[in-house]
Design a protein around this ligand. Sequence first.
Ligand SMILES: Nc1ncnc2c1ncn2[C@@H]1O[C@H](COP(=O)(O)OP(=O)(O)OP(=O)(O)O)[C@@H](O)[C@H]1O
Ligand SMILES: Cc1ncc(CO)c(N)n1
Length: 274
Amino acid sequence: MHVVTTIAGSDSGGGAGIQADLKTFQELHVFGTSVITALTAQNTLGVSGVLPIEAAFIQQQFFALLEDFDIRAVKTGMLFSADIIHSIAQILQHKQLPLVVDPVMIAKGGASLLQQQAIEAMRSELLPLATILTPNIPEAETLTGQHIETVDDIHRAAQTLLQVGGQCIIIKGGHFECSTTATDYVFFQDGRAWMMTMPRIETLNTHGTGCTFSAALTAFLGNGLPIEQAIIEAKKFIHLAITHDLKLGHGHGPTNHFAYQQYQGSCEVIVHEA
Ligand SMILES: Nc1ncnc2c1ncn2[C@@H]1O[C@H](COP(=O)(O)OP(=O)(O)OP(=O)(O)O)[C@@H](O)[C@H]1O
Ligand SMILES: Cc1ncc(CO)c(N)n1
């Protein structure tokens, strides 16, 4: 049983953040551990409060895990402040751990999960340590300062991000709402580029899609899958979780973390060179 760690915020509503990560880890047969960076009072309708944890206590949680477990992969989600990013990056820079960075900035309802002053710390301290960076389109725009409207813009932004670090950048197309597909663009440091395309599912229930996708990536990396295979399986995991939604809550409901185990045989991810 391999151990993986999520460094992220708690979503009391259970569909995103730490809760989505641990559910995903469990479904993919890795042992999930966590470093909680912030508490949110949140449900499918939105975020009503954020309580960040002190940076020193965040470090204490992480040290407690590192001194005891052989951690195989780590992901970061909501980090909220420059102080928190700094406290995490300080530790990660001395470890050679596969690291998935989901640069969470804004919740579906519009609440800020990353302070404006923290963006530079994310760019300069965390991005260079990432094995895989998974921005959505608005996050890629913020991290690069480049406007993204076309596929060419996506390629340009990815090249800018690859210069900062990471073996691989996945720019997620969930926010391209005019498209009939949910296409994610994958760029590797060695110049390879892919498009992963699946039909766009017509649903409101997309709360925590980014968290769930990056947690699945982390679980597959933790289980030793090669990076390319981990990416395709994680896309399958999130696609099935969106397709077989649970219809909970009154707003943007959660995805179905059980679906992959039930339906994985029924889903083939379409990958093209980009
Ligand atoms: N309606 C949809 N149908 C199919 N796939 C989707 C849909 N919306 C998002 N996805 C897929 O879900 C994954 C996460 O992408 P998305 O762009 O939603 O992330 P995100 O904005 O970071 O999520 P979050 O709201 O949790 O921060 C991607 O693989 C994306 O293509
Ligand atoms: C705690 C938390 N992390 C990430 C997201 C983004 O989905 C969210 N809504 N809440």
